[in-house]
Design a protein around this ligand. Structure first.
Ligand SMILES: NC(=O)c1ccc[n+]([C@@H]2O[C@H](COP(=O)([O-])OP(=O)(O)OC[C@H]3O[C@@H](n4cnc5c(N)ncnc54)[C@H](O)[C@@H]3O)[C@@H](O)[C@H]2O)c1
Length: 377
């Protein structure tokens, strides 16, 4: 995705007319800047904070601004709405009800993560999407990052073997059982979609989880996958604010791949030290033949290429371009759609409910079982 030459926004022949609801930090930093690489025309903005929608409209060239989503939907000619409205005063995501409102008005919808706090709310959106024929996309950008996309390709190669075990490190705090109300859980609800969507993209549905929780909320989440693989998520709460946050490793059968800091990928291909003739105690060469050597990529910070920009390293530009293309082509949203959001919400609910015992996760309904793990586009 976007690994071929980029097209700038104004160069697309066909562009969807879209609006933004929720003129906050995420829209400013990542969503609107990503529009510059997608076939989208921003025609309206919406935010209840006085002046904010107008400021964003001016900055990004939209003709109209509104203080209410309903008023905007009734007034402008648009194909889709991008939602980044966050949480209400009860710490509940605003996205499910608003996404349904947008689809009921006959428009497609894209919403920031979290799509919802419950799998049931994702199902409600899916039901509306099915009935209205409108598309829904969810901002699970890490599924689109170059690092995760490359790992996804590598682990499907025959020489990698079947993925057998998986590790992800991402700092999260899991409140103690008994103190997991909506307000206390909001931080985890907000952050869990990032690693959870990576887990889902690479390893597919989880069948069983258990947790070892430390006194401060740091935890190890142990996962069994329906594929037969197993994995662990180190929720490294308590780390320095200055530390990198992420590390991912997938092990196959005679090969493994490691991602550090979402910006360095090392693929340890099947191979041998030296020429392969020596056993333990008989090898004097730590290198390998070139055609077996590990492959390594990292962000090249030298140039002004877009690949150095945050919106590309993190996958924001890719997720928005993908949704925009799907919208114009009337094609199903197979990556970062409601099926993925269902698995993320189901994991959040399971983690929220878990105590000392391991729990089996409910199976996905048929529509969400057709998961993006393995989907190429
Ligand atoms: N993918 C990422 O990396 C990432 C990063 C940060 C935030 N986010 C997500 O983006 C969303 C927004 O987060 P944020 O940090 O921008 O929050 P924010 O509080 O800065 O912005 C939210 C904006 O929505 C507006 N709003 C509230 N109700 C509205 C309504 N009914 N109609 C229109 N606008 C409304 C608020 O006034 C505010 O301006 C959250 O869901 C958050 O999880 C994603």
């Amino acid at each position: 995705m976007l690994s071929s030459a980029l097209t700038y926004q104004h160069e697309f022949d066909r562009r969807a007319r879209v609006a933004l609801a929720g003129c906050g930090g995420q829209a400013f930093r990542n969503i609107l800047p990503s529009f510059r690489y997608a076939p989208l025309d921003l025609v309206a903005t919406c935010d209840p904070v006085p002046g904010r929608a107008a400021d964003y409209a001016k900055l990004y060239g939209a003709a109209d601004s509104f203080d209410d989503l309903g008023k905007m939907l009734a007034s402008v000619e648009i194909d889709a709405v991008f939602l980044a409205t966050g949480y209400d005063e009860n710490s509940a995501p605003r996205h499910p009800d608003q996404a349904i409102q947008v689809m009921e008005s006959g428009r497609d919808v894209w919403m920031e993560k979290p799509a919802a706090a419950t799998a049931r709310d994702v199902e409600r959106m899916h039901e509306t999407s099915e009935r209205t024929g409108r598309l829904a996309g969810v901002g699970l950008m890490k599924m689109f990052s170059p690092a995760v996309t490359r790992v996804h390709e590598i682990i499907q190669r025959p020489e990698f073997g079947r993925p057998s075990s998986f590790f992800i490190r991402d700092p999260e705090a899991l409140p103690a059982p008994g103190s997991r109300d909506d307000a206390t859980m909001m931080w985890l609800l907000d952050h869990l979609p990032h690693p959870a969507s990576v887990v889902h993209r690479l390893m597919g549905p989880i069948s069983r989880i258990s947790v070892e929780r430390a006194h401060n909320g740091a935890a190890f989440l142990v996962m069994s996958f329906t594929s037969g693989a197993s994995g662990v998520w180190h929720m490294a709460w308590g780390q320095s604010e200055l530390s990198n946050m992420e590390r991912i490793e997938v092990v196959g059968e005679g090969a493994n791949v490691v991602v550090d800091n979402n910006s360095r990928v090392t693929y340890y291909r099947p191979g041998h030290h030296g020429d392969g003739s020596g056993g333990y105690g008989r090898i004097g060469d730590y290198t390998s033949p070139l055609d077996e050597a590990p492959l390594h990529w990292e962000v090249n910070q030298y140039s002004g290429q877009p690949y150095n920009a945050n919106v590309f390293v993190q996958g924001y530009a890719q997720e928005i371009n993908y949704f925009a293309q799907r919208l114009l082509d009337r094609a199903p949203v197979r990556i970062g759609g409601l099926a993925d959001a269902w698995h993320v919400a189901r994991l959040f609910e399971a983690v929220r409910a878990i105590g000392d015992e391991a729990v089996d996760l409910p199976e996905a309904p048929a529509w969400a079982a057709a998961t993006t793990a393995g989907a190429a586009s």
